[in-house]
Design a protein around this ligand. Structure first.
Ligand SMILES: *Cc1c(COP(=O)(O)O)cnc(C)c1O
Length: 468
């Protein structure tokens, strides 16, 4: 499969190359040239998560090439199955992504049974296995640098710790992640993982990450690779649970509501829909950092200050993967996307009427206040016993406004409540306990480096600390 950049000025890559590079060299994001239609939807009922994953991921990894010459698949069937099995063996629920019912017509897709208790494990565990296979084959060494508002970083460090030929540097905004998130990043002792506490917000971390990638000299000298949600391979892994959820509901027209920050998780749903899955609408749920809700309702994509919230993994100013949705809504017009992204540097842009209509046909949106988030956690616990993390609560609150009779609604539960115990305790009076396999998290020593919001400081730190 051939992958093209949303900005149209980077080389066309195959799956493995797109996975290893992350951000395209022209600053854009990779997308398949054509989206494969899925054959055999009706066969999926009752299959294991791993089997569905194999069938969904397989078409995206096919037809690798070098110098325009086809080399067969990026991964053999056995390699891909092995990677999937190893990745999901670490998820502590037989269903991997169980679907539980909250109310008539409303279901919760629990994506928090992985080793770092957030949905990010689904993608990160799989791509770490695929990186391992690809790098062992090529002998190449790489340096992964990531920016995180909390959950990506812990999932990346957990998935890549101890993997050969890879160093991982994770930047997080100092003082703006939860204690559990921070400790998941700072306690693994493996020498190849490095937690960096950056002075600033998540958007500063993300901007510095883009600076590092756009410095092609530095990028090539350390073999820079990215595993942020802009990495296409992560999107692919996240498509799978839309399929298992629809299979559980009998492949009927279904709406999905997704707590959204960088638009990666919900964009996977958009790809699933284009592959032929019967998704009617995808509903973007935001907290008070509502750039996406404003964009979809008003047609204006304009940045604003980040307001820290109790759902910090959604505290964003710019939503990176939205560029992919825009690219498709603008009918793959890379020139138009370059223009919009230039305007974004000046603070924002207006979405064309045509593109806005395309987006609104597929997406709905809603915004939830802090108070309503807490109320939703309290209310759901009283009415169902289900304890939601604040991000999942934002999703449930927006979903409740959009439920229509006859169309099942699935809300994605993106993290375990114990990852955000302060908010949950404020809402319910009860402090959720960590699952047994993480019970010693608060006893382990931490290892972290403070760094200024400055690209040169980051470069010298990375050069200095690499083990490869
Ligand atoms: C990352 C994250 C989100 C947002 O997901 P995106 O793919 O960035 O939209 C929501 N909730 C939790 C718990 C997360 O970790």
């Amino acid at each position: 499969m051939r992958y093209v950049s949303t900005r149209g000025q980077a080389p066309v890559l195959d799956f493995e190359q797109a996975m290893l590079s992350g951000l395209a060299r022209d600053g854009g994001l990779y997308l398949p040239e054509t989206i494969p239609v899925f054959e055999g939807l009706s066969d999926l009922d009752g299959m294991t998560y791993e089997e569905v994953a194999f069938r969904v991921v397989r078409p995206f990894t096919g037809d690798s090439f070098s110098n325009d010459e086809l080399r067969g698949d990026s991964f053999s069937n056995d390699e891909l199955r092995g990677a999937i099995d190893r990745a999901y063996a670490r998820i502590s629920h037989d269903a991997r992504a169980p679907l539980v019912q909250l109310a008539p017509g409303h279901h919760l897709l629990e994506l928090f049974h992985g080793p770092t208790l957030a949905f990010k494990d689904f993608a990160m565990q799989l791509i770490a296995q695929l990186f391992q296979i690809a790098l062992t084959r090529s002998g190449q060494r790489i340096t992964i640098v990531g920016a995180t508002s909390g959950d990506t970083g812990s999932a990346a460090i957990e998935a890549f710790r101890g993997i050969d030929n890879v160093d991982v540097f994770i930047m997080y905004p100092h003082g703006r992640v939860s204690d559990v998130q921070r400790r998941q990043m700072t306690t693994p002792p493996a020498a190849n993982v490095h937690a960096l506490a950056v002075t600033g917000h998540f958007d500063d971390c993300q901007a510095r990450l883009k600076d590092l990638f756009n410095d092609h000299g530095f990028r090539d000298s350390v073999g820079l690779a990215g595993v942020n949600s802009i990495n296409w391979a992560r999107v692919v892994a996240q498509i799978v649970y839309y399929f298992t959820a629809c299979a559980s509901l009998g492949m009927r027209q279904t709406d999905f509501c997704v707590p959204t920050g960088n638009f990666g998780d919900i964009f996977a749903g958009s790809i699933a829909r284009r592959m032929g899955l019967p998704i009617r609408r995808l509903i973007v749920a935001t907290n008070q950092n509502d750039i996406l809700h404003r964009a979809l309702t008003q047609g204006e994509y304009r940045t604003d200050r980040v307001e820290p919230s109790i759902s910090p993994s959604m505290d964003i100013q710019v939503s990176s993967n939205f560029e992919r949705a825009l690219f498709l809504a603008y009918d793959r017009d890379a020139g138009a996307i370059r223009q919009l992204m230039d305007e974004l540097k000046q603070g924002g842009f207006t979405i064309s009427q045509g593109a806005l209509e395309v987006l609104r046909e597929e997406f709905r949106s809603g915004r939830v206040s802090e108070e309503e988030t807490l109320e939703t956690i309290r209310d759901m616990r009283d009415r169902t016993g289900e304890v939601l993390c604040p991000h999942s609560a934002v999703g449930v609150a927006v979903a409740q406004r959009h439920i229509e009779p006859g169309v099942p609604m699935v809300t994605l539960a993106t993290a375990h409540p114990a990852k955000f115990p302060d908010a949950v305790e404020r809402a319910t009076g009860i402090r959720p306990a960590l699952p047994p396999h993480m019970a010693d998290l608060f006893d382990l020593p931490e290892r972290v480096t403070r760094v200024e919001n400055d690209v040169e400081a980051l470069k010298s730190l990375i050069l200095d600390r690499r083990t490869n």
